[in-house]
Write a new protein. Structure first.
Length: 642
């Protein structure tokens, strides 16, 4: 049994006694009834400043429930089932609204209820699933039986309800979630810098920009998108003039950025791009600007996705770092229906979303809200990707939390079965360290691509220098992966060798109280689905705030790279691809020859718990891509239409 301190997002004080998760229709996703969570504990070290002044203006996002949820699940499954009449025949936004969105009568019911408290609906998203509503703190306290308080923590001030909103009986069949009552920052980006994180500097030369006529450096830790193309067989597509032209990639992020950095990146590595290819959409007023706010994350997302697909247009959706902001990003992208693929590199450990034991339903409001958005994107043919995290198999233990020992967990939203989870590897490399404990130490060599986990460095240092100073020094940095203890295993993972169940002995204790016993042997969704290089020591250059820096990595790079790859595949196939996952697992099972397989096994390394091995494993998932082979496999399956 291990202990955990409260994250910036509070831990709910509950303990599971039963685990009854409902599997909904073909894909094995779950869309269930309204969830009323137990009252949360206040965040650690946060000072309660008292009740939020009654007249404080607040804007919330009301997330409406889709109509015919099981039908939506089934439709998404059918779009990825060869032989189905719906196979890769995706919905327009108007089609989605007619088939699955709430009616104007439903919206009128909610609007009338809110008006009784002086709350005004100011916007209705085009997909009819998000209402923006503005009122006073007192009005929302009354409408949803909450008690809003102001808090101060580490110099930051924020507002949050002291207990979860209670959806009135009149609206329980209509509302999935009420988001925005809290404006507390919740989520963190999934990038890692070798020098800033490892504190184990490498001997490196000057920055290696690509030579003339190339887009690749060939230098680990200083890779560009050209090196990604070399590593994962993308170049045959470029040779066919497949560069993403006619496609649009989308970035969902929680920080603003300077587009000039992305243009400089592409220019200086020799990519000729449209000088007006980037469009920025500031959702809910947009995200903050600056390195401390995560602008480096947004910058690398744009550079990587737009570099892999240099002919594609790029739409950047940024929002404030709040529950409402993050959720609104995906509904706005779905409502706009402009992008052909979408990635996010932000998230939060799944354990902060687990339901209580009140028997009110299996999904917390936030996860239900995210899931609906991902299903809508998939129904419209938009492929979506999420970073699986950079804390190995121990996602709750990261740089943004107080230390958590040995609690196996995965990241959300990557754990959602309606999004493709992007994992990480270490590519072959040999390098030396400066003098740490002896005049010289032998080089550290990684002979083949392996699951990313920095225990390979830690074990080397302990072996060379002893345990003092290095034992547990790098835990648990690595590619996120494991078994969801929330989402049941989706149908596309049925029958795939290597699927794991949740491990025994995983518990969370908060202030001496046993809050949560994670289930042992739960047949949950396994992640990641697929991986690419993410280790900062075999990682990437970043151009940010007008200059270059090296040693960047994390699964933050993988999600936007897959986003760019998706644009290439869609261009070659003359149509959107939709949710990748059923296709990936079907293709993995259908190829026995390495020569033609679109997926390459990763059989070495580990993410501190799960080892690389033939077939699926929750370290690198199905393996890494051979993009040219994947494009050929998709082309043989045929049947593309928008």
């Amino acid at each position: 049994m291990t202990s955990i301190h409260a994250h910036a997002r509070y831990l709910r004080p509950f303990r599971f006694r039963t685990w009854a998760l409902t599997v909904a229709v073909v894909l094995g996703f779950a869309l269930t009834g309204v969830h009323l969570a137990a009252e949360p504990a206040p965040p650690a070290q946060a000072q309660d400043m008292g009740a939020t002044p009654a007249a404080t203006p607040i804007t919330v996002s009301l997330i409406l429930k889709v109509r015919n949820a099981n039908g939506l699940e089934a439709f998404v499954a059918a779009t990825q089932t060869p032989g189905s009449p719906a196979f890769r025949r995706f919905l327009s936004l108007n089609d989605f609204v007619q088939r699955f969105a709430p009616s104007w009568g439903d919206i009128a019911t909610i609007t009338h209820y809110l008006a009784g408290f002086g709350i005004t609906v100011t916007d209705v998203y085009a997909d009819h699933l998000v209402l923006k509503a503005t009122g006073t703190a007192d009005a929302f306290n009354q409408a949803f039986s909450v008690d809003l308080h102001d808090y101060s923590e580490d110099g930051h001030h924020f507002r949050r309800p002291r207990h979860h909103p209670r959806i009135p009986l009149l609206l329980q069949d209509l509302l999935a979630a009420v988001e925005g009552l809290s404006n507390q920052p919740q989520f963190h980006p999934m990038h890692v810098n070798a020098n800033g994180t490892a504190r184990v500097p490498l001997v490196t030369g000057p920055l290696a920009l690509p030579p003339s006529g190339s887009t690749a450096t060939g230098v680990p830790g200083q890779y560009t998108v050209g090196d990604v193309a070399n590593l994962y067989d993308i170049n045959p597509l470029y040779a066919e003039h497949v560069d993403g032209r006619g496609q649009t990639v989308g970035i969902a992020t929680l920080a603003d950025f300077d587009p000039n950095d992305a243009y400089a990146y592409w220019s200086q590595i020799g990519l000729d791009v449209d000088p007006d290819r980037i469009t920025q959409v500031h959702v809910d007023g947009g995200g903050p600007l600056g390195a401390s706010a995560g602008s480096d994350e947004t910058t690398l997302d744009v550079e990587q996705s737009g570099g892999i697909a240099p002919g594609a247009r790029v739409v950047v959706y940024d929002a404030p770092n709040t529950d409402a902001g993050f959720i609104d990003l995906f509904y706005r992208a779905a409502s706009d229906n402009l992008v052909d693929s979408l990635s996010t590199s932000w998230g939060l450990s799944e354990v902060y979303y687990l339901p209580d034991n009140q028997g009110q339903g299996d999904l917390t409001p936030e996860l239900l809200a995210f899931h609906q958005a991902f299903l809508e994107l998939a129904a419209q043919g938009i492929s979506s990707f999420a970073s699986s995290g950079d804390s190995g198999a121990y996602d709750a233990n990261d740089a943004y939390n107080d230390p958590v020992d040995n609690v196996l967990s995965v990241d959300a939203p990557a754990s959602d079965p309606a999004i493709t989870a992007a994992g990480g590897t270490t590519t072959p490399v040999g390098f030396t360290f400066p003098t740490l404990c002896a005049p010289t130490v032998p080089p550290l060599v990684v002979p083949a691509e392996q699951v990313w986990g920095w225990d390979y460095i830690q074990n080397y240092l302990v072996q060379q220098c002893g345990q003092a100073g290095f034992q547990d020094a790098l835990f648990p940095v690595g590619g996120g992966g494991g078994v969801s203890v929330f989402w049941p295993r989706p149908a596309y993972q049925y029958g795939t060798p290597g699927m794991r169940t949740s491990e025994p002995g995983q518990s969370i204790v908060y202030q001496g109280q046993d809050l949560l016993d994670l289930p042992a042997g739960f047949r949950g969704r396994n992640l990641p689905d697929v991986s690419l290089d993410a280790d900062p020591f075999t990682g990437f250059l970043l151009y940010f705030e007008g200059g270059w820096s090296a040693g960047w990595g994390g699964t933050s790079f993988v999600a936007p790279q897959l986003n760019g790859v998706s644009a290439l595949l869609a261009q070659k196939a003359h149509g959107r691809i939709g949710l990748w996952n059923p296709m990936l697992y079907r293709l993995k099972d259908g190829y026995h020859s390495r020569r033609w397989s679109p997926l390459v096994d990763i059989t070495a390394g580990d993410n501190w718990f799960y080892n690389g091995m033939p077939g699926y494993e929750p370290g690198a998932g199905l393996g890494v891509l051979d993009v040219a082979n994947l494009a050929s496999a998709i082309g043989r399956s045929g049947g593309y239409t928008h």
